[in-house]
Design a protein around this ligand. Structure first.
Ligand code: MN
Length: 470
């Protein structure tokens, strides 16, 4: 396509790229070359431009002429590379990064990926990660733009089919919910179903995934782990990342329950944000050192059980390990760990599912009053309508007792995949709760497609009237 065009117009005075680089074709390549000193052979150039205009008209008839050309894919060895990529205009703008990352562009220069000693394994230390990551970002300016706010969502489930006959169906719906949230907010998502470290099973399996994702995604500042049994029940709410700017790890939790009560439920390890930096690499090394892949696993079980009295089982687990690290090594890690207790960073399902009906009513009432919230719109511009809603939620509270939609509902203890739920719940309360939460969330998504589920436990849908819910 473009190559044929170049060969036809090999002009002697102007580099061929300047003739082919009309803004229509190659926007980011046009600027530098059009400023080329053309005066000594201006007339010559004009003749060529006239000629090229004729051929341009001719080529308009070829359908392939309009195929969009990304300058990054059009590089060959004779071209210089960096002067063809526009430098980031505003390093703090996440808007640009979402709109214009040069995905196919990877310069041949050496990066940390070329180091044969680099290991993605959680058992191999990585050093100078901050320098390595920043160097890589410098080499990928279109991804450096907005990198400080970029989030990668991670989730995972077991490699084998679920023993619970409806387990895989439930996991699919939980996964769909995460995909929906990520699409609406422009986040990337990685779902893992391979055991990356054969001995790090169950709740320990996430750490090797987080570690590998940090290396695989130097463009992401935050890795956001969300358990497979947790779902977004407010599709509009966004993480208040600014609040965490001085921290490297965020979990739902309460400091007084750690330091006064030493409780293993003082925080929840099923949803967390971890900054992609050396601190986090070091922190995960220490955290993972309590895991089943180490010779000290049994000993750690005893230490955790004796330090955290309400721990219920003898084996070392990731959540109690986290409480232990905060309790015992507060000076070392505490100032970079943020315990979020102001909203449902994740929330206990049993305290949430009973509130969905009331919340739905309050939101419906709110929308009857507010035409701007009822306005139909494309899904892509949803964030603006989420922001509109904030002023109607001032008195809604967040968390327990409030009527704001809970951000993340976590079905801890329900074990959707194995079906082997905690005996303190009845099976039906778990399953009904999950269906309710999944429909509650899905209604927020389906609405932009013009439909909704008829009721909390019913899978069928109906079309929404034009001015719903007027
Ligand atoms: Mn969980």
């Amino acid at each position: 396509m473009a190559v044929d065009f170049k060969i036809t117009f090999n002009a002697p005075c102007l580099p061929l790229t300047s003739l082919t680089s009309t803004p229509l074709l190659l926007p980011s390549m046009a600027k530098p070359t059009l400023r080329h000193k053309a005066s000594p052979c201006l007339a010559h150039a004009l003749r060529f431009l006239a000629g090229s205009f004729l051929v341009f008209l001719l080529l308009l008839t070829l359908p392939s002429f309009f195929t969009p050309i990304n300058p990054a894919t059009n590089l060959d060895s004779s071209n210089t590379k960096f002067d063809r990529i526009d430098p980031p205009s505003d390093a703090s703008s996440s808007v640009n990064s979402q709109s214009h990352p040069s995905l196919p562009y990877d310069p041949p220069d050496i990066t940390f990926y070329d180091d044969p000693k680099l290991s993605y394994s959680i058992e191999k230390r990585i050093e100078q990660w901050d320098e390595k990551r920043h160097h890589w970002l410098k080499q990928h300016p279109s991804l450096a733009t907005g990198a400080g706010e970029r989030v990668l969502l991670l989730s995972a489930s077991q490699p084998a089919p679920c023993p619970n006959p409806i387990g895989d169906h439930l996991l699919l719906r939980f996964f769909k919910n995460k995909v929906d949230y990520c699409r609406i907010h422009g986040y990337d998502i990685f779902y893992n179903n391979a055991l990356l470290h054969p001995e790090m099973f169950s709740y320990w399996a996430k750490l090797p995934v987080v570690r590998a994702a940090m290396i695989a995604h130097p463009e992401a500042e935050w890795i956001w782990w969300v358990d497979s049994d947790a779902l977004f029940t407010d599709m509009e709410f966004k993480l208040p990342l600014d609040r965490y700017k001085n921290h490297n790890f965020v979990a739902h939790g309460w400091a007084h329950l750690i330091y006064d009560r030493k409780s293993w439920t003082a925080l929840n390890a099923g949803v967390f944000l971890i900054r992609n930096c050396q601190w986090s690499m070091d922190f995960m090394d220490v955290w993972a050192s309590m895991g089943p892949q180490t010779p000290n696993y049994e000993k750690w079980g005893q230490v955790l059980k004796s330090t955290i009295p309400d721990k219920q089982f003898p084996e070392s687990d990731d959540q109690t390990g986290l409480v232990y690290l905060l309790y015992k090594e507060k000076e070392k890690w505490g100032d970079k760990i943020y315990l979020e207790g102001e909203y449902y960073f994740e929330g206990y399902w049993a305290e949430i599912v009973g509130t969905f009906d009331n919340i739905t009513e309050r939101y419906t009432e709110m929308e009857r009053e507010a035409g701007e919230l009822r306005r139909r719109h494309a899904e892509k511009v949803s964030e603006q309508y989420g922001a509109f809603r904030e002023k109607y939620l001032r008195d809604a509270g967040s968390g327990k007792g409030g009527w704001r939609r809970p951000f993340i509902t976590h079905f801890t203890g329900c074990q959707p995949c194995s079906g082997d739920h905690n005996q303190m719940y009845s099976g039906s309360s778990c399953w009904d709760g999950m269906l309710k939460a999944l429909n509650f969330a899905d209604n927020q998504v389906l609405r932009k497609y013009g439909f909704r589920h008829l009721d909390a436990l019913n899978l069928s849908v109906s079309e929404l009237p034009y001015d719903y819910p007027a």
